[in-house]
Design a protein around this ligand. Structure first.
Ligand code: CTP
Ligand code: MG
Length: 210
């Protein structure tokens, strides 16, 4: 069981920037929509007013900031073991980076060491996973509009997991994390997303409870 606590810790450190990035637009988004107010052939909006340029880039920025911040915090605890069963405070994903598909290319370009710096890798990981997450969020809205679901209405599973799946796809070439991580992340993401939405609903931030 010591293993399980460690695995959960490692996964959370990796995915928290994506979670925070994805949540940021709800509070700080708004402004001109990404689709420019345009309509698809079916007479419905391409994406809708819920996907804004500001929200998109703000999410990526928050992903980068949280990624760097977490890497910095964890670095300052480097080598510390706490708890019983023990959990090693570390940046596990740094090891996956070295076995990534882009590592040989980065080595060839003499860039591998730059990314190996934990703060840089933290920021890149947070930024790229959130970039994927926001892309998944847009794909989700596109599918919702084509299915006739209005902006802000829930599409169960797609709303909760679209950002996670594309976030993981985008980051995979850099951090090839084990499939086991997804088996953990899918249910956890689903549940935290629903919990966050319920919180948003009861505090008046959003209209739909799910
Ligand atoms: N948001 C934004 N820009 C984005 C994504 C989200 O400004 N790229 C903001 C919008 O104010 C949006 C809120 O965050 O209403 C919640 O995001 P989300 O639930 O993804 O959008 P919905 O409004 O539910 O729209 P949709 O039905 O298209 O998912
Ligand atoms: Mg929504």
């Amino acid at each position: 069981m010591a293993e399980l606590g460690q695995i959960i810790f490692d996964i959370l450190v990796f995915v928290l920037p994506l979670y925070f990035g994805n949540a940021a637009p709800t509070i700080l988004g708004g402004g001109p929509p990404i689709d420019g107010g345009r309509y698809w052939k079916d007479g419905k909006r391409i994406l809708g007013d819920g996907k804004t340029i500001r929200g998109f880039w703000l999410a990526v920025l928050v992903g980068i900031i949280i990624g760097v911040l977490l890497a910095w915090i964890i670095n300052s605890f480097d080598g510390v073991i706490f708890g019983n069963p023990p959990i090693d405070i570390r940046l596990e994903y740094q090891e996956f980076y070295e076995s990534s598909i882009i590592y040989p290319l980065l080595s060839f370009l003499n860039l591998a060491d730059v990314l190996a710096n934990s703060l840089v890798l933290g920021g890149v990981t947070g930024g790229i996973s959130t970039l994927g997450g926001m892309t998944g969020d847009m794909v989700g809205s596109f599918i919702k509009r084509r299915s006739g679901i209005p902006r802000g209405k829930t599409f169960i599973f797609l709303d909760q997991l679209g950002f996670l799946v594309l976030g993981m796809v985008f980051i995979y070439p850099i951090i090839p994390c084990p499939p086991l991580w997804l088996a953990f992340l899918v249910p956890i993401t689903f549940l935290t997303h629903i919990a966050a939405n319920l919180f948003g609903y009861f505090t008046g931030i959003q209209d739909d409870p799910l």
